[in-house]
Design a binder for this molecule. Structure first.
Ligand code: CP
Ligand code: NVA
Length: 304
């Protein structure tokens, strides 16, 4: 695997192979078995948006793999003052073994890969959040045993999380149903991928999407960069909430995931969040293991 730019670029087999390696690395981590698979390698981590989980899990993960993470805040870099991404990519390719980037535009991430000659990992754009969804799929598999045939339901914004869940879920043989208000549907490239697949369904009413779901997932109503739309979005998304009455429509043993940070009382109630806190924080932990697997796949000397 050369890069992780978006899940659309991977096959279902490649996704499952990352999850298998993630399970193995988690086992080794829990049993204190050293795995310095990236000794001597340096990962640059460019952040143009805030982060808790992504930053810490990549930094700790790189250390556990014997490599060195380098935190690069865009505010302190020339890229933040307008140095073109194509120059930044060519310079950083001379120093680093790989780059993880969190930014706004997917195009910027694709351009880093195009102009640089080192592996690029997408740590979230407005378009997608592949690292998060690999951790989500890993967590679902841990709880349910396998992914094939399970029904995943996402309630909320047709944004980075919904986009990656649709692609990752369908590629792994899941049924994916989503509910979003009109005007907040996923972009055309995602609908072109999903529509026509009998495992995909899209509704306006959360109640229709949640029916018989094995896993319910949601995300904030206003993502990073959309703070100015918060009030408008509160109105548009009212009712797009995982609460007890929605849970009653899902399977009795349905699990709940949330990429975090969560806004209790908006997209999820405090009650449902706390009832499913074990799953949600296992999901957060799995960011570490899933990303270590990605790092080994793209930065490792041998294809694992
Ligand atoms: N879920 C997630 O990506 O969290 P951070 O924004 O804290 O990295
Ligand atoms: N959709 C959210 C995810 C945060 C991890 C955002 O982009 O802010």
């Amino acid at each position: 695997m050369k890069h992780l730019l978006k899940l659309l670029d991977l096959s279902g087999e490649e996704i499952i192979s990352i999850l298998n390696l993630a399970d193995q690395l988690k086992y080794e981590n829990k049993h204190h078995i050293p795995h310095p698979l990236l000794a001597g390698k340096t990962l640059g981590m460019i952040f143009e948006k805030a982060s808790t989980r992504t930053r810490v899990s990549f930094e700790v993960g790189m250390n556990q793999l014997g490599g060195t993470p380098l935190f690069l805040s865009s505010g302190d870099m020339q890229i933040g003052r307008g140095e073109p991404v194509e120059d930044t990519a060519r310079v950083l390719s001379r120093y680093l073994d790989g780059i993880m980037i969190r930014t706004y535009s997917q195009e910027e991430v694709e351009n880093l890969a195009k102009f640089g000659n080192i592996p690029i990992i997408n740590g979230l754009t407005d378009f997608c959040h592949p690292c998060q969804v690999l951790a989500d799929l890993m967590t679902i598999r841990e709880y349910k045993g396998s992914l094939n045939g399970l029904k995943m339901c996402f309630i909320g914004d047709g944004n980075n999380m919904m986009n990656s869940l649709i692609v990752g879920g369908l590629k792994c043989g899941m049924q994916v149903s989503v509910a979003c208000p009109e005007g907040y549907r996923p972009p055309k490239v995602i609908l072109d991928f999903a529509e026509g697949n009998p495992d995909f369904s899209m509704f306006e009413k959360p109640e229709e999407a949640a029916k018989d779901a094995d896993v319910l997932i949601t995300d904030v109503w206003a993502s990073m960069g959309q703070e100015g739309e918060a009030e408008k979005r509160k109105k548009a998304f009212a009712g797009y909430q995982i609460n007890d009455s929605l849970m009653a429509l899902a399977k009795p043993d349905a699990m709940v995931l949330h990429c975090l940070p969560a806004h209790r009382g908006e997209e999820i109630t405090a009650e449902v969040f706390e009832k499913h806190a074990k799953e949600i924080f296992d999901e957060a932990e799995n960011r570490l293991h899933a990303q270590k697997a990605v790092l080994v796949k793209v930065l490792g000397d041998e294809e694992e």
